[in-house]
Design a protein around this ligand. Structure first.
Ligand code: HEM
Length: 515
């Protein structure tokens, strides 16, 4: 089956009759709208692909794999810009020196929120929860509470990682091999771990809550795709009547209400002073206490928690799955990783301190994300007014601009042998005293755009990196993994700007039985 047909089947799987009617309307609307609106977002940058039929042919092909156009444009327009038509607008890609223009631009010139809303119609699915303006209270919580608390919450995250993989893998005690769909086990384990940090132990073991948590991001993305095809004046109506997002949000609400009620009751029971000592150390509690936050308003907290769920769970599980497939395809690297983990944990125990010193673990994850990032473009911004970039590229108001992540992270001038998976690329440089903090997975640089760049750089990256590295360290020390005989690393699927790891591939696991 061709990969195009497979992608279409993936998208359409589970579609209901109402869904099919919607898809028909959506397709017709897309074609009509595209013809009417696409020219407005065009810039004066050179075109990669074809302008034939108003660029529609290229736009359709780019939906099934933007990577090809990013590879073509990168060497031609180094330190410059080029544009590729997308289904609803022309998109301008920048690279090299022009990244500085995007990094320095403020939201009133190049807006992150507006581009997120355009790309995923978030204002119709999540309302204001993802309006992440720079001073948003929930971003402050991630930066000022979550990140500094990583050492403190480490034992909880570790406990959940261990519990989750044991529960999801269910491996025989005698060390026999067992075949499993890796993505499912990873998604479930990531969801448990993230939920533990978001709302604590009561819900991270609740199967009903975990199920809606796992499905939420997919629901929102599908809803955004459907809404995006309708004219602006119909979007509110569509989002209320046809989109699955309101239902998904409503399913979460009773859980959030119950959590908030219990915490308010306990606070009342213990009094302010004792509550300060006893209260949970998790995201919900930090949100409840946040200056400028909504206090104990369950509706506002519900939507904000869901915004965090949307940002965290699928991004982390796709990152973990891509990384895991490199391990399964190269089990020979497990020994070196395991030795490092054993040495560090012997010295400092399983702590944040020892994880920070696992340079090979860090390097392995970073190299996986350099070579196979979950998105091929990043740093999406929308022009709020007409502007001219430093190379003369003119962006009209409303233009869409992205960084060419794929081209940059595969550039032979920036990376030696860029198409080869070299797991110790970054730890080797650190050991040689080259690059310093630039080698770390969490450090954004103009060459490593995985976490974005500039004002809106991912504020959850330190937590995400801690969880993913801990999972890799746990896997190499607790299990052996390998692909089925004769199989190579499961193939990625490229859809629009996503690079999706195989979600069905089976991988062999066995418990490591210590001699
Ligand atoms: C591997 C996992 C993750 C990846 C790859 C990722 C990636 C990104 C990227 C590329 C951006 C946009 C940056 C830009 O445009 O410059 C972003 C923003 C954001 N991420 Fe993450 N992220 C991950 C995990 C998380 C987690 C765990 C959280 C929450 C705990 C989170 C919360 C956010 C938020 C709130 C924003 C918006 C920031 C703003 O508005 O300024 N992310 N992330």
């Amino acid at each position: 089956m061709s990969s195009y047909v497979r992608i279409a089947l993936l998208v359409l799987r589970g579609t209901t009759a109402a869904g099919w009617a919607t898809i028909g309307t959506v397709l017709l609307s897309i074609i009509g709208l595209y013809a009417l609106t696409n020219e407005r977002s065009k810039t004066n940058a050179p075109v990669v692909g074809s302008s034939l039929l108003g660029g529609y042919w290229t736009a359709a092909r780019a939906t099934l794999g933007l990577k090809h156009y990013l590879e073509e444009g990168y060497p031609k327009y180094k330190n410059g810009a080029f544009q590729v038509p997308a289904v609803r607008a022309w998109v301008t890609y920048v690279q090299g020196d022009l990244l500085t223009d995007v990094r320095k631009a403020k939201d009133d010139t190049l807006s992150f929120d507006e581009e997120m809303n355009h790309a995923a119609e978030l204002s119709y699915t999540l309302g204001n929860a993802m309006r992440f303006g720079r001073k948003a209270w929930h971003i402050e919580v991630l930066r000022k509470q979550l990140t500094p608390s990583l050492a403190g919450i480490f034992p909880d995250v570790l406990e959940e990682v261990r519990f989750a993989y044991e529960k999801e893998l269910k491996l025989p005690e005698d060390g026999e091999w067992k075949e499993l769909v890796a993505y499912e086990a990873i998604l479930r384990s990531v969801c448990r771990t993230v939920t533990r940090m978001f709302v604590g132990t009561s819900l991270c073991r609740n199967e009903g809550y975990l199920e809606i948590s796992r499905e939420f991001a997919t629901t929102v993305i599908k809803a955004g795709f459907m809404i995006s095809a309708f004219p602006n004046m119909m979007k509110s109506w569509v989002s209320e009547w046809l989109s699955p997002a309101p239902d998904a949000i409503a399913k979460f609400l009773p859980y959030t209400e119950a959590l908030v009620r219990v915490r308010e009751q306990l606070k009342e029971k213990y009094g302010e002073e004792e509550w300060e000592v006893r209260k949970p150390n998790d995201l919900l509690q930090w949100f409840l206490d946040a200056p400028g936050g909504p206090g104990p308003d369950p509706n506002a907290l519900n939507i904000t928690l869901l915004g965090m769920n949307f940002a965290a769970i699928h991004s982390s599980s796709m990152t973990m799955t891509h990384t895991f497939y490199y391990l399964a395809a190269h089990p020979e690297y497990a020994t070196e990783l395991r030795e490092e983990v054993d040495e560090r944990t012997k010295e400092h125990g399983w702590t944040r301190e020892s994880l920070d010193q696992m340079h090979k673990i860090d390097s392995f994850v970073k190299e996986s994300m350099r070579l196979t990032p979950i998105l091929v473009s990043s740093v999406g911004r929308r022009a709020m007014k007409s502007i001219t970039l430093s190379d003369g590229t003119s962006l009209p108001k409303g233009a869409h601009i992205y960084a060419n992540l794929w081209g940059t992270q595969h550039d032979p001038a920036l990376w030696s042998d860029p198409e080869t998976f070299d797991p110790w690329r970054f730890s080797r440089a650190s050991a040689a005293g080259e690059g310093g903090a630039k080698n770390l997975f969490t450090t954004p640089t103009p060459e490593f755009l995985f976490w974005g760049y500039g004002e809106h750089i991912c504020p959850g990256r330190f937590f995400a990196a801690q969880s993913i590295k801990l999972m890799l360290a746990h896997i190499v020390t607790s299990y052996d993994v390998k692909l089925r005989d004769g199989e190579g690393r499961p193939a990625n699927t490229f859809f629009s700007n996503a690079c999706v790891p195989d979600q069905k591939a089976k991988v062999l696991f066995r418990r490591r039985v210590k001699a």
